[in-house]
Ligand binder design. Structure first.
Ligand code: PMP
Length: 418
């Protein structure tokens, strides 16, 4: 598969060679690297991408969920153009920022008050700092294998922000509740994704998430839901769909219309400490927190494009697609499992769905790598780790192209898969 890839992509190879002289590995996002080298993209439109060698792909990577609107969505493009016409380094609060804040507060039940940042990583760092300041406690609980940003990656990374961490097992309701109780008044916060996204699209069970809610309420630790990826899964985010309200919530990705974005917020009584009219208010700065391109694009997207109706239909399309791929697997009797929810899904080796990120990581990574290159050959661009994400411009033809390439992978690699 790698040889076929190299033969088809000489221009990507040449650019990779040049890029290696300036960047270790040739790009600045580890997650976009794969063997033998990543495709270089020239252009996107709707749900399609073109690389520098002229190949066309249906984009099922979807910028790891930030690409919900697809490429150059017309309403968002107009909002960005308007922002460009009106100036973009105004150095003061704007009407756009006020409207954007009102829109996200109205949309996500856990967000009584919100503050913007520039990335999901920053949103999570601020949410953790907020929880520590609010409780006067130091320690934070996360889950093994969780990803919450470049400096919050609990899979052996030596680069993490130096908080005092304790780690639970994802989807272990009893063990996690026991750990929270045992930590007692040392624990400031529990940070968790209600579905583990980069861990392999592994839904958190209702019992697990409710156990975290109950135990944190008992001990006074704050429950933080990282919905940077999952807020797309219903009109009110995944917490709205599940009916579990965390104390704090972080957002990112598509909510900024596809531009750099992050937000954190939650209970009004906690966020009130950021009100600078009060003596002793907590500071929260960030030159580009209210940058007008993001505010304009995000507001236009949430108001006119990703309406509640479209959130419901996109996620229904995702459920149908995931079932279709699983049926293709089952019809062939192969030991593979699709996981996910709504518009996010992933493939795993093995007959059963893994339930935690470390379990998913132990499964056959080579097989998922092989699928990734085979799908590229079939005109489908996905995340290397086997994740597939829907975007709004996708139609039946896009789903058919994926299903055909997937079935071709199952049939031509049957020997390896079994
Ligand atoms: N949290 C989760 C769950 C994420 O998936 C990501 C990014 N993939 C982040 C946080 C970090 O967001 P950003 O890349 O905008 O810093």
């Amino acid at each position: 598969a790698a040889e076929r890839f190299t033969a088809a992509n000489p221009k990507s190879a040449a650019i990779q060679e040049q890029a290696l002289a300036a960047m270790p590995g040739g790009n600045t996002r580890t997650v976009l690297h794969y063997h033998p080298y990543p495709l270089r993209f020239a252009r996107g439109e709707g749900c399609r991408l073109w690389d520098v060698d002229g190949h066309e792909y249906v984009d099922f990577l979807g910028e790891y969920t930030a690409g919900l609107y697809g490429h150059s969505e017309p309403v968002i493009r107009d909002a960005i153009k308007q922002a460009a016409d009106d100036g973009w380094v105004l150095g003061g609060p704007t009407l756009l920022e006020a409207r954007m804040a009102e829109t996200v507060v109205n949309r996500f039940p856990a967000l009584e008050r919100v503050r913007f940042t520039n990335s999901g990583t920053e949103a999570n760092l601020m949410a953790l700092a907020t929880a520590r300041a609010h409780t006067g406690r130091d320690r934070v609980m996360v889950f093994k294998g969780a990803y919450h940003g470049g400096v919050l990656y609990f899979s052996g990374s030596p680069l993490n922000a130096p908080f005092d961490y304790v780690m639970g097992d994802y989807n272990d309701a009893e063990g996690s509740a026991a750990l929270i109780r045992e930590q007692g008044d040392r624990l400031a916060a529990v940070l968790v994704e209600p579905m583990s996204g980069s861990g392999g699209c592994l839904p958190g069970s209702g019992a697990f998430l409710q156990a975290l809610r109950d135990a944190t309420r008992e001990t006074g630790a704050l429950l933080i839901f990282d919905e940077v990826m999952t807020s797309r899964l219903s009109p009110t985010g995944l917490h709205g769909l599940l009916g579990i309200t965390p104390d704090l919530l972080s957002l990112g990705k598509y909510v900024g219309g596809g531009l750099s974005f992050g937000a954190f917020g939650g209970r009004a009584d906690i966020l009130a400490k950021f009100d600078p009219r009060q003596p002793g208010a907590w500071p929260h700065a960030g030159t580009f927190n209210n940058n007008v391109f993001t505010m304009s694009a995000g507001l236009a997207g949430l108001t006119h494009v990703y309406t509640p109706e479209r959130a419901v239909s996109l996620n229904a399309d995702g459920d149908a697609l995931r079932a279709r791929l699983q049926t293709a697997i089952d019809d062939r009797g192969l030991p593979l499992a699709m996981t996910g929810r709504g518009s996010m899904m992933a493939l795993h080796a093995g007959r059963t769905a893994p339930t935690s990120p470390p379990e998913a990581a132990q499964r056959n990574r080579r097989l998922v790598d092989l699928m990734h290159l085979d799908l590229i050959h079939g005109g489908i661009y996905t995340a290397r780790r086997g994740m597939m994400v829907l975007s709004l411009p996708m139609d039946a033809a896009a789903f058919d192209t994926l299903a055909a390439a997937f079935e071709e992978f199952l049939d031509s690699r049957r020997g390896v898969i079994e």
